[in-house]
Design a protein around this ligand. Structure first.
Ligand code: ATP
Ligand code: MG
Length: 292
């Protein structure tokens, strides 16, 4: 087990057993790791990621899917921006899932995510995802109404059924060479308040503030319950959840980077080998170029 792997194992869940959000401290900084140390390690990690991604792309066997979930202002955008800053944009696609369009609502709830899945050799990043379907939709039942499902199909078991369907999709993807990592950026209610105030007080951040953010705050407990059930119902070996302490952005960035590095290192990525026939051909081309 590599060094990254050992460190992130504390935040990784491959089963829902024993997963209680209340036991996890959003302000955790990994046994008092210092901010400076984490930032220096992150800079190194970003370089490593860049090399690993080059190999992922060249090898063209595996795809990688990174899913980010979290309450508003949990730091999804910032984490994606920092952790992926060294990655070649050609091998990486980010997609942000917003309120579904009418076209999207006319399809099954996984459809819009499925069409955005990364190709082999690529890293796909989901900023929010089909998990919203068991979070915001669960907290606001009127959103489920809008999906126009036949009434006989909507019962008390619907959330559990959605967990099963998501798990089945993720297992299918894993079997076809997509490595999935899911990050829940775990921010505290107090820290969210602080960040909202910062957005309101800083002119460059004000655009980020949406009044909808405030309307969700009274539902905090309902969200936490939905998150916990979702984490417990969908943490699997094929697609583990990382519960990332996110009150300190520098720590969250570090944990996510280490988790991605550990997962990529496990894939045994290597540049494709050139066979003998091709090698001969390349030597001939080289001689020709030299002779010009
Ligand atoms: P920011 O951090 O900039 O606020 P954001 O991801 O919150 O980014 P917004 O446009 O503010 O982006 O919000 C997207 C909204 O879409 C969220 O409130 C989210 O809950 C909602 N949403 C996403 N997926 C679904 C879905 N399947 N059904 C209903 N609402 C959804
Ligand atoms: Mg928002």
């Amino acid at each position: 087990m590599g060094r990254s792997n050992e460190f992130v194992a504390r935040y990784r869940f491959t089963t829902g057993e024993g997963l209680h959000l209340a036991d996890m401290d959003p302000a955790d900084t990994g046994r008092l790791m210092s901010k400076q140390k984490a930032q220096a390690a992150l800079a190194k990690g970003i370089e490593k990621l860049s090399t690993l991604q080059e190999r992922l792309y060249a090898q063209d066997r595996w795809a990688v899917l990174l899913v980010f979930q979290g309450m508003d202002a949990a730091g999804k955008d910032g984490t994606i921006k920092h952790v992926m800053s060294g990655v070649n944009p050609q091998g990486c696609e980010v997609h942000s899932f917003k309120v579904p369009s009418t076209e999207e609502l006319d399809h099954d709830f996984l459809w819009r995510c499925v069409v955005r899945l990364p190709e082999r050799g690529r890293i796909g990043i989901f900023n929010r995802s089909c998990y919203e379907e068991v979070l915001v939709v669960r907290v606001h039942p009127e959103l489920l109404e809008r999906q126009r499902l036949p009434s006989g199909l909507v019962g008390r078991r619907i959330w559990k059924e959605r967990f099963e369907d998501i798990n089945a999709l993720e297992r299918h993807l894993a079997r076809n060479g997509t490595r999935i990592l899911k990050f829940f950026l775990h921010v505290s209610r107090g820290e969210q308040r602080k960040r909202f105030l910062e957005r309101l007080d800083t002119p460059e951040k004000r655009w980020k503030f949406s009044s909808a953010d405030i309307t969700e705050r009274p539902h905090w407990d309902a969200y936490m319950t939905a998150y916990e059930e979702m984490l417990r119902g969908t943490a699997t070996r094929n697609a583990p959840w990382y519960v990332v302490p996110a009150d300190h952005k520098w720590f969250a960035h570090y944990v996510v980077a280490e988790a991605v590095i550990a997962a990529l290192e496990e894939l045994d990525l290597a540049f494709p080998k050139v066979d003998r026939v091709r090698e001969k051909e390349l030597r001939r081309v080289r001689t020709e170029l030299m002779a010009e």
